[in-house]
Every structure is written in C-alpha cells, then in structure tokens.
Design a protein. Structure first.
Length: 296
C-alpha cells in the first residue's frame, strides 16, 4: 500500500499565508503537499503602500510563481467559503471541494474605520485621501487606534508627511497620537528611544498613552482620562486623516518626483541601533520595487 504524503491546505493570500508556506517547507522539507487557496495570483504588499501618497507610486505585486521557486506549493485560485471538518474538506466560493489532512486559515482581518471623523488608512485604496489631506492642511495628527496593532505605518506616514510639507515650503505641525506607552515600545527601550529622537529631529510631536475615539470640530476627542489633540487633518492607521478645516499656509507647487526623492534621501533618518528592526523606516528603493520587508 502506497503511503500518500500529507496534504496541507492554507487558505489566504497575504503575508501570513506565505510565511506559513515558508515555515512548513523549512520544518517539514519537501514531504508534505501544500496548497495555497488564494483569490489572486500575486501577493499585494499592502504595508509598502504608505509611500504612495507622497509620489513614490504604487507597490508592485509579487507573483506567487516567484515565491514558489523558493518554497514549493500548489496555487488554487479562489476564496474559502466553508469548511466541512468531519470530511476534511474545504469548499471555495465556486463550490469546489478541496480535501485536506490539515487546514490552516490565514485569511486576515477586514479593515474598518477606527476613529469616526478620520480618514482610515488601510492600504493603497486610501492613499488618494491621505494625499489630499497633506495637500490641503499643514496641521496633521496621525493616530494609532490600538496599542496591539501593527504600529509602524503611523510613524512612516508622519515622517513622510513632514518631509513632503517642508519640501513644498510649508512648516508642518504634525503630532502622532498613540495608546502605546512610548513610540514602538514593543521593540524595546532602545528602539523606542531611537524613533522618538527621529520624530523630534523632524519636529513631530508625540502624545503617548492617548487613545482618541472621534474627531470633532478640528479636535481629536480622546478616551476619558486622555488629552485632546488639536488638528486640521487627522490621518490614523488603522491609520486616519480627517479634514475639518483648511490652513492659511500658502500652498507650494508639488516638486518633480526626482526632486522630492532627492530631498527625502537627504532628510531620511540615520541608521538606528542594531537591535532596531530594519523595517522601521521607508526606503524608496524598496517602495519602488514593491518588495516588502520580512516583518511586514
């Protein structure tokens, strides 16, 4: 009797699903058959889209065919509709059954607005709204809705907004509001101190331990016990930008892309201490290629 290798089905087309494939191949070798149930034929690097509102262009998707050259798997185009656990069957939206020995569901979360009255930044589709907010206002508040979420994009957006506004000849008033005890505290005290210094060098204020619940009349309304942050526009990650009024600052003409990129390179931060993860700051080459860092 021929022994069949185990069949592992991974439902999802995002970073978690791809990392699961890589981990299984590293741990189990070539023995198991792995099928990825994904709606698209490429991995969309959503984390890299923070650069899009500032003229760096949309990140390019990474084809699954390229990933399969490093960690072999079968691709089944579709979405998970239901699971029949007794029969060990996953059913896609077309009703096609996929038998499995083990099933891993990594479909991710559905982004929802976190702060009423704000522009929620959840990826590429929200980039135009953030670009308009930066175009029309110089007083901005960037908010991290939850201390348990992935915090890096809110700091990337704030830093790039500050550089963009100064590049236009506008003096920015930017504040990061976060429920974290300190910026990027989850990476440790040394990393937190490094990002705090980076923000201070660019004139970006930080209000830690504050969780806004809404925006009204140009102010971010905090959770009871927190302070209020005054704003013209309110980009948060979850991230958000709300435009309640326009500033009186003169609007400068957007510089050519090459000039903007050169200014960003001159103003980008110096390398942080070694223990700070390399995905802490935007690199224009990574954004133009569409490749995301390993931890995103």
């Amino acid at each position: 009797m021929t022994h069949q290798p185990p069949h592992i089905v991974i439902a999802g087309g995002g970073v978690a699903a791809v990392e699961a494939v890589a981990a299984l191949r590293a741990l189990a070798g070539s023995l198991p058959r792995i099928t990825l149930l994904a709606p698209e034929a490429a991995l969309a690097p959503r984390a890299a889209s923070v650069a899009t509102p500032f003229g760096f262009g949309a990140p390019s998707p990474l084809p699954f065919d390229a990933i399969r050259r490093h960690a072999r798997f079968d691709l089944h185009r579709g979405t998970l509709k239901r699971v029949e656990p007794e029969e060990h069957v996953a059913v896609d939206e077309q009703g096609e059954p996929i038998r499995y020995d083990k099933l891993l569901v990594a479909v991710g979360a559905r982004p929802e607005p976190a702060v009423p009255g704000a522009i929620t930044f959840a990826g590429l589709a929200d980039a135009p709204a953030v670009a308009r907010a930066v175009e029309e206002a110089s007083r901005l508040v960037f908010v991290l809705p939850s201390a348990t979420g992935w915090a890096l994009p809110v700091y990337e957006l704030a830093i790039m907004a500050a550089v963009e506004l100064r590049n236009r000849g506008v003096t920015p008033e930017i504040t990061v509001v976060t429920p974290e005890p300190a910026p990027l505290w989850v990476f440790g005290a040394e990393a937190s101190a490094a990002i705090a210094e980076l923000l201070a060098e660019r004139g970006i204020g930080v209000r830690a331990g504050v969780r806004p619940v809404a925006v009204r009349d140009g102010s971010a309304l905090p959770h009871p016990g927190s302070r209020t942050a005054r704003t013209d526009s309110f980009p948060s990650t979850g991230t958000a930008a709300c435009r309640t009024s326009r500033t009186s600052s003169p609007r400068a003409t957007r510089p050519p892309f090459r000039s903007s990129r050169a200014v960003w390179r001159r103003n980008r931060p110096t390398p942080p201490p070694r223990r700070l993860p390399r995905n802490w700051a935007l690199r224009s080459s990574r954004r133009r290629s569409g490749r995301c860092c390993a931890a995103c």
